[in-house]
Design a protein around this ligand. Sequence first.
Ligand code: HEC
Ligand code: HEC
Ligand code: HEC
Length: 435
Amino acid sequence: MSRARLARSWWWLILGFPFVSLVLVVVGVLLAAQGGLAVFAVPGEDQASIAQDAATLQRGEYLARIGNCAGCHTARGGKELAGGRAFPTDWGVLYSGNLTPDPDTGIGNWSPAQFRHAMTQGVARTGPLYPAFPFQHFQHLDPTDIDAIFAWLRSRPGVVSPRPANTLKGLASWRTALIGWRMLFHRPATLPQAAGRDAAWQRGQYLVEGLGHCAMCHGRRGLFGSQEPALRFAGGRIPQQGWVAPPLDREALARWSRTDLADYLQTGVGRHGSAFGPMAEVVHTSLQYLERDDALAMAAYLLDLPPVRWVPRLDRPPQRARDLVDQASAGLYRQHCADCHGRDGEGEAGAYPPLANNPQVAALDPVNLIRIVLIGAAAPSTRGNPAPHSMPPFGQRLSDAQLLAILNHVRGSFGNDAPAIDRQPLQRVRALPLE
Ligand code: HEC
Ligand code: HEC
Ligand code: HEC
């Protein structure tokens, strides 16, 4: 090697060493922050015994319902809990696994410790799990609750059901890359201390933040599907679905009393609104099974959440919908909507939600309103409301101009005062898939 080249190599070493050390330190710090290397060491298969008495199984079934395991682990038309439900993401499709005790394709030979580890750390025998699985919420679960869920799952009939292969693209298809995702976005946490709060509030916190994983939809997402803790109830578009989940906090929910809100969660209908879209599914597969005390506890917690608003910057103040309200729009409303929703948008308790003073109607992002009018809706059938009413679709029946007149009529009347909608958002929503 020539003298000059040797000198250059030395320079590289002298300059490179601090750089490489810095990178190593950063990687080390981030690895520690997501739970250290220990989380990737999955416990063994030793079958420690867990309680399996009737009371435990019953509790496990209840908890599994409120955690909505079946909602996400049942394919359309497939056997309950046998996995294979598709999760479309920006990076391709991901599938959930089989939670029945089939030893080869399900969790039949998982140990309780492995199950606990997957639920709280998000790491299974196959490696780190994608965050479409709500382990960031389930990390708050009590170990005895997890064991009860496991005992109940193991008591179900085993179903042979191999998981379809994911069709994720690029880096997303590589499970090991989730270590990087975790370093950036996952922080093990415990629920904040609730000093001075009563038992109902604490139970509500556990159910809303933990088992119920409500922020999965009601939170605003950051890069790569990550969740921003401070904005976890700020509301936002649900990725790939084109529905908006509204903010949940004491201001956004101010019109609800605690008992009305508990009714809504349990039955899907309530004095101030009715569950539709993805929320109807959550109520149908999960929340309708809430025990009354738990529904009241969740309502107490939700009605105490401090508001954190995420407000988009607008280039210019938009036109107000109320400036477009006229005789013609009132006539269209009377003709097509008033029979059910009332002349003044007052609705009918238990049957038709009010449109008056309704934040869903006046939401800045109008996609739910446009969509429900285009495609119609049926409230979920629940134990508390077994024969729900439905709303017909208007997308084919009315012209774009008529639709816009009605949409702006309800956004600018009955106590609602929202920005007007023009043709563009209407066409964007028309282009969304029906599901
Ligand atoms: C919001 C949807 C969702 C909910 C709710 C959900 N899961 Fe999952 N779960 C998933 C997805 C998606 C995966 C696959 C993740 C992966 O492949 O990395 C998964 C994976 C798992 C795994 C790892 C083994 C496997 O099948 O890949 C276990 C164990 C699990 N879930 C248990 C549960 C239990 C128990 C509940 C209810 C308390 C539950 N899940 C609720 C979406 C969900
Ligand atoms: C799969 C996504 C999803 C999940 C999970 C979810 N929600 Fe929703 N939620 C929605 C959507 C979309 C809406 C708007 C449609 C509607 O009002 O039914 C909504 C509406 C609501 C409303 C009505 C708000 C209002 O002012 O009218 C409440 C209350 C609510 N959700 C509570 C919850 C709670 C509590 C949980 C957790 C147990 C939860 N949601 C989980 C998607 C979801
Ligand atoms: C035949 C009765 C009927 C007619 C006509 C009808 N709706 Fe509805 N509407 C319903 C029912 C029932 C629901 C609850 C659906 C659900 O929960 O899935 C609903 C829900 C809604 C909601 C969601 C409210 C919330 O917060 O839960 C909006 C907005 C709405 N309708 C607007 C309209 C407009 C605008 C028209 C006229 C173009 C109209 N509806 C016509 C029965 C009707």
